[in-house]
Design a protein around this ligand. Structure first.
Ligand SMILES: [Zn+2]
Length: 197
C-alpha cells in the first residue's frame, strides 16, 4: 500500500497504546519506514534523466531490506533506542512493521493479475520464503483508496473526541487549530441534520 495508507493504519491502530508523543511518532514511523528500501527509484530516475549508466536499484533493493523479519528487528531496535518506554516502543514498532507487511501482501500488486508482489520474509539473507496472496489487489485499486478513506475518517472522528491528531507530531499549536476546525465542521454537520429533522 502507499506510505500514506501505512501511516494512517499505524496511527489508527497503535497510537492510543503509546504514552508520549515521541513514542507515538516512533511507532508510526516504523510503519512507514520499510518503504525506504524503495528510494532507489529516485536514483534510477536520476541516472536515466542524466544519461548516466542505467541503474536498477529499485528492483534490486525494494522489498529486500525493509520488508522482512531482519528489517523488522532492526527497525524495532532503533525505535526502542529512541523511545521513552523503550521496551514497549520496540514491541509496538515490530508490530507496526508487520502491519505494513500484511498491508503490502494484501494490496500491492501491479496492473495485471499476474503482477503479484511477494514478501521475502527472511530477505536479504535468503529469498527462499515468500509470503504472497493470490487475491492480492492492485496498489492503485479502489480497495486501497477505500481503506485509506475509512482510516482517515476514523482518525478524524477520534481526533474530535480525544482532542489530538497526528498533526501534533509536528506542531502542538497546529494540532489545536486542526482539531478545533474538525469540531466546528462536526457541529455544522450536526446542525444541518437537526434542521432536516
Ligand atoms: Zn511496503
Amino acid at each position: 500500500m502507499s506510505p500514506i495508507t501505512h501511516f494512517l493504519a499505524s496511527w489508527v491502530g497503535f497510537e492510543r497504546f503509546q504514552a508520549s508523543q515521541r513514542d507515538k511518532a516512533l511507532v508510526v514511523i516504523a510503519g512507514i519506514i520499510p518503504d525506504l528500501d524503495g528510494l532507489g527509484i529516485v536514483v534510477d530516475f536520476a541516472t536515466r534523466v542524466l544519461g548516466l549508466p542505467e541503474t536498477d536499484y529499485y528492483q534490486s533493493f525494494h522489498r529486500m531490506y525493509g520488508h522482512g523479519l531482519p528489517g523488522a528487528i532492526l527497525i524495532a531496535a532503533a525505535a526502542g533506542m529512541f523511545g521513552i518506554r523503550r521496551f514497549w516502543v520496540a514491541i509496538w514498532a515490530f508490530i507496526s512493521v508487520h502491519l505494513h507487511l500484511l498491508c503490502d501482501v494484501i494490496g500491492a500488486r501491479g496492473t495485471t493479475a499476474e503482477d503479484i508482489w511477494g514478501i521475502y520474509y527472511f530477505a536479504p539473507f535468503t529469498t527462499a520464503y515468500e509470503l504472497s496472496w493470490s487475491g492480492q489487489w492492485p496498489l492503485v485499486g479502489w480497495q486501497n483508496t477505500t481503506i485509506s478513506i475509512i482510516l482517515l475518517s476514523i482518525l478524524m472522528i477520534r481526533a474530535t473526541a480525544s482532542g489530538y491528531s497526528p498533526v501534533g507530531l509536528l506542531s502542538q499549536r497546529a494540532d489545536i487549530a486542526f482539531v478545533e476546525t474538525l469540531r466546528d465542521r462536526k457541529k455544522q454537520l450536526l446542525s444541518v441534520f437537526d434542521q432536516n429533522k
